[in-house]
Write a protein that binds this ligand. Sequence first.
Ligand code: UD1
Ligand code: MG
Length: 450
Amino acid sequence: MTHKKHIIILAAGAGTRMRSNKPKVLQPVAGRAMIEHVLATAQALKPNNISIVYGYRGDQLRSHLRYENIQWVEQTEQLGTGHAVQMALPQIADDETVLVLYGDAPLITVEDLQALEDKRTVLTAEVDDPSGYGRIVRGKTGIEAIVEEKDANTEQKAIQEINSGIIQAAATELKQWLKQIDQNNAQGELYLTDVIGIAAQAGQPFLPVKLQDSNSVKGANTMQQLAELDAIMQTRYRNSLMQSGVCLQQPENISIQGQIQCDADVVIETGAVLKGENKFGEGVVIGAYSVIENCQLAAGTVVEPHSVLQEVVTTGACSIGPFARLRPGTQLSTGCKVGNFVETKKAIFGENSKASHLSYLGDAEIGDEVNIGAGTITCNYDGVNKFKTVIEDGAFIGSDSQLVAPVTIGENATIGAGSTITKDTPANQLTVSRSRQKSISDWQRPKKKV
Ligand code: UD1
Ligand code: MG
């Protein structure tokens, strides 16, 4: 066979047993649509071409998968796996080798597929409970036939070696054999698996390649099976993190929904949820029950428990939380502290600046060595537009102040506690905007009326 590979991903099925309005292959496993896992694996094999056979709610599928170099093949009526591959044949050149993958079987790995080498093969697995799968009937020189569960006799049903669905053959062979399949079977479908028997009769049998990890072939037809795939994928992710030296505390309680890159000595505590693409520098600690999504945290950053971080970048060691909420566009420099019940959004902090308690800091540019007292709020929104607050180096904002944007607090300025600041404040001076404290000597507490 040639080294020009054409991968066909079958994804036209409705997945009725999911009882969802989404096409089945868009259901997520470890934070990513099932078909995206399959696509990533397919792309890693560096094929010449990838075709996706789509049908049910194809518009949703196509708008979700905005990858380049995909050939889309519509299968308007789902007449079976053989029919699905027939639909893709006109796009396939005669000098290509065809590899068929399933969009609803996301656990297959690059190594699993490399085991097929460049031969006419079927990927198989030995399972305890083969029900529902096609059974592999072995002959002397290869596979004699694949028999679907619904067409199998008692003897065939007892076979525990099953068809993963993944097959590989030369395009010319497949084109020839697919012409010969028919719908004379229990389901009235055009089975791709019938090609295997036809090839054997032509004296060119497919070779079985048995997988070590039978989990790899699992697909999802129901929400229960989807949860099972998710658990297997997450276990793989956690194991690979631990193998690379990441310390996971109670790993089974940590949810990994995406990709993580870690330097040495990262610690992830129990209950953490890690979504999207995260990058953690040396010694980063993710506290218990924190949710971290698409963040880049520099070496030494410590996130205390119960914090929620989305699209946050730290450029040096910082302390975050407990109970902090850092929204997109938050950037912290070395030595910063964002403490409990502080919410930030598009807030850029210089070095050693601190907001230790109870604040909202949005659309803010904060210099170095700034101290923001408890209860400080940037009033960034007039109900229609957003405005920016600038706090220059060394400023001290007294507790419970409101900074009404647009406004600039000058370098080393001090704002008296409880101030409402509506105009720019000068550098190095104290600005207070509350009325002077007075005491009324002849005042009496009201008395209860009888
Ligand atoms: C298929 C195999 C079976 C194998 C099992 C592994 C056949 C006849 N049977 O059975 O031997 O053990 O997978 O999981 O091939 N699809 C289309 N168009 C169609 C029909 C299906 O695109 O007309 C797609 C589905 O979206 C799915 C895949 O093909 O991704 C498999 O289809 P499914 O109906 O689940 O096949 P099984 O009955 O599970
Ligand atoms: Mg299936």
